[in-house]
Design a protein around this ligand. Structure first.
Ligand code: FDA
Length: 298
């Protein structure tokens, strides 16, 4: 699979290299193009404590390398040109017994290292069985690191309430549609329901005092987020737009050139197979999503 030409081109397109120097190189090139970045060390669902510790160490090495490359310049009190995104399951959240505690400790070390170089941390959101645990770890982290970002998924029925709870001062919230296959009991199933929820959530976040981050490639939702931001008198820099590395790259640059703060999510590392294949397996429509990106010029 990894040797097949199609996988090689998919990996190159969507993964920012297999190691830290490669990822920092990709991030530097994006920053030179006027974009901002968030780097994600690939690997999730860690099943042993040693591996969780190794992932945390990888983040510390990454943050030091980002600092050396001059990537962590602050853009505002809550934002830096480059930051990191962390999946709590990669740092031990799912370990039996003390998993949550272990994940919190690793997240604290990463947050402390991030702060010392001027960067920030955003906690990715995984499937709905982890939402309460992730938000509880976020609340703990935010007592010392209020700049820690959350991700909320518009497809979850609970998310409007979570947006209200997280729309306060200095709260960074990345709003996405949601990438996992979730049951109807917890998640909207129809695309138009998810889109409507996204817009309701965007309004809540923009009406609040936090820093909303709109993560979507959907041109209609990007336009709505921009219009709603103007309605709530939020200028670019008081909110941002986010897209995945390799998806609509021309649009990322067009939006940045038009004055928007655009952040590109760059996953990197040798564990790319799991990242790409899980994305495809979790949600069949992700296959169309990746294939569309390969042929799209927009
Ligand atoms: P979607 O894929 O539904 O596409 C909607 C429309 O957008 C399409 O019909 C088409 O018109 C247009 N479009 C999309 N891609 C295009 C392309 N390549 N070319 C042209 N048009 C295109 N999820 C999660 O569960 N937890 C998380 O922590 C994160 N984190 C995250 C960070 C960032 C920065 C991003 C951008 C996304 C995430 N996600 C995520 C993933 C997210 O939940 C979602 O699965 C994907 O972004 C796909 O949904 P979209 O909103 O992009 O539109």
């Amino acid at each position: 699979m990894s040797g097949a030409p199609i996988s090689r081109s998919v990996v190159r397109r969507f993964v920012g290299g297999s190691d830290t120097p490669a990822a920092v190189g990709v991030a530097s090139a994006l920053v030179e193009d006027g974009l901002t970045v968030t780097l994600d060390h690939l690997g999730e669902d860690t099943t042993d404590a040693e591996r969780a510790g190794a992932v945390a160490e990888a983040y510390l090495a990454l943050l030091a390398a980002m600092d050396r490359a001059g990537l962590t310049e602050r853009l505002g009190p809550l934002t830096a040109r480059a930051e990191v995104s962390v999946k709590l399951s990669a740092v031990g959240q799912a370990l039996p017994g003390d998993g949550e505690k272990i994940a919190l400790e690793h997240a604290r070390r990463i947050s402390s290292a991030a702060r010392s170089v001027g960067a920030t941390v955003t906690l990715d959101m995984e499937d709905h069985t982890t939402t309460d645990s992730t938000l509880s770890i976020l609340a703990d982290l935010r007592t010392d690191f209020p700049e820690t970002g959350a991700v909320l998924q518009a497809y979850l029925r609970r998310t409007e309430a979570d947006c209200r709870a997280l729309a306060g001062p200095s709260s960074r919230v990345r709003l996405c549609k949601g990438a996992y296959q979730e049951p109807a009991s917890v998640a909207y199933q129809a695309d138009d329901q998810v889109d409507r929820s996204y817009v309701r959530c965007a309004n809540i976040l923009l009406a609040g005092d936090g820093y909303p981050m709109f993560a979507t490639h959907d041109p209609r939702l990007v336009a709505i987020a921009q219009e709603r931001a103007r309605f709530y008198r939020k200028a670019p820099g008081q909110y941002e737009l986010q897209m995945l590395y390799g998806v609509r790259p021309a649009e990322q640059r067009r939006l940045a050139a038009a004055g928007e703060t655009v952040r590109v999510y760059v996953p990197y590392g040798s564990d790319w197979y799991g990242y790409l294949m899980r994305r495809l397996a979790e949600r069949p429509s992700n296959l169309t999503f990746f294939l569309r990106s390969l042929i799209s010029r927009r």
